[in-house]
Structures are given as C-alpha cells and as structure tokens.
Design a protein around this ligand. Sequence first.
Ligand code: SF4
Ligand code: SF4
Length: 223
Amino acid sequence: MIVGHLKPLEEIVASIAEYRKVFVVGCGGCVSVCLTGGDREANALATELGHVRFYEKEPPCLSVATIERQCEPDFLKSFLNIPEGTDAVLTLACGAGVQTMAAVFDPVPIIPAVNTTFMGATSEPGVWQEMCRGCGDCMLAHTGGICPIARCAKNLFNGPCGGTNNGSCEVRRETPCAWSMIYYKLKKTNQLHCMHKMRQLRDWRSADGKGPRSLVRPFNKPL
Ligand code: SF4
Ligand code: SF4
C-alpha cells in the first residue's frame, strides 16, 4: 500500500489561508490504513484547522467528506459532490489521488495535506516499512522475497557492500542489512545458489527511464 504522513500543520494552514470555503476530503484507501488520510483523520484535521489562532482574520469555513478511493476518476465523478461555493479542496490522499482530483474537478484548486512517502507494508502495529520502489521488473524470486532496491540503502544487486556489520546496515545501524536478510532467507530455503548468480547491469527503463509509466489492460481479455 501507499504510505504517507500529514504535512506540518503550519504548512497546511498557509496553503488554505487565502480561501474562504475549504472542502476537506479524506481517502478511504491506502492512506486510511496507515492512519494518515482516512475519515477520522480528515475530521480531526478539519477541527484543528478551524482554530482561529492560526489565522490573521477568521478561519475558513470547512466541510468534510471521505471517499473510498480518490485515485479512481469514476468514484469521484459518481460519489463526490463538491459543495457549492467551495474555493479550494484540501485532500488527504496520496499524490495519485491529489492529481486525479485535480483532473476531475478542474479548475477547482486541489491542495495536498499529505506527503506521500513510500510503498510499504505493516511490520508491527503502528509501524510501516518501505518494501517496493515499483521498478517494473521484479527480482524477488531470486532474493528470497526481499527487495534490494527498496530495502538496501545502496540499492545493490549483487550482494552486500563492505559495510554490512553483524546484520546491520552501515548507512543506518538500526536498519537490518537487506543483503544479510536475503542471504539467511536463501539459506533457509536452500536457494543459496541465487547468491552466486551475477546480475547484469539493469535496464532501468522499466522503472522510470521513459517518463510517466502506464499500464494498459485490454478489455475482454483474460489476465
Ligand atoms: S524488485 Fe522492483 S517490483 Fe520487486 S519489490 Fe523491488 S522495487 Fe518492487
Ligand atoms: S550494509 Fe547492507 S543494506 Fe546497507 S548498504 Fe550495505 S548491503 Fe545495503
């Protein structure tokens, strides 16, 4: 899922201060799972933003709604009604949701309240960790299901750097060395031969070499 965190309150206040009527919109998708942008957070943010102490004049008039997925144009068109007279929308979605909102509700100003951070998973209650960089050419089959692109600080492809130290990464001691984890996982699954395979230089065009990527799934064809 996509993980994000709320922008500093002062930054959000500054970005809406010029508007009189602001519509705060939560997203019920990924950002609600990481407790950043769901319905509860949207309402809490609107309450906070309503305090007069943040503004030179009076605070904007704030209303709140949450929609299941802000990254789905059809959802937005069918289920989200922007209240009449809205000057700007403050969205708690990830960057994809913000941009979809901006396209669907053009020319209403759409303002992000969240910094989109990474694609990750829950490692323990209240903790999310980056797991994938969306490289477009997944190599997890050869690395014991552990991604060296997202989880090795140097994105190494052919084993650890010289700094790995008792299972810790030299870049940040509290982080496990991804290649150490990969080694022990491969050992456990009798796949250590994968460690000996030299990987060629990667063609990064599947990641981001050609500008924004897209996925086209033809209709009426099996997956
Ligand atoms: S190898 Fe690429 S697609 Fe697979 S988890 Fe890592 S970044 Fe994601
Ligand atoms: S110590 Fe391990 S995780 Fe850290 S940069 Fe080196 S190989 Fe990557």
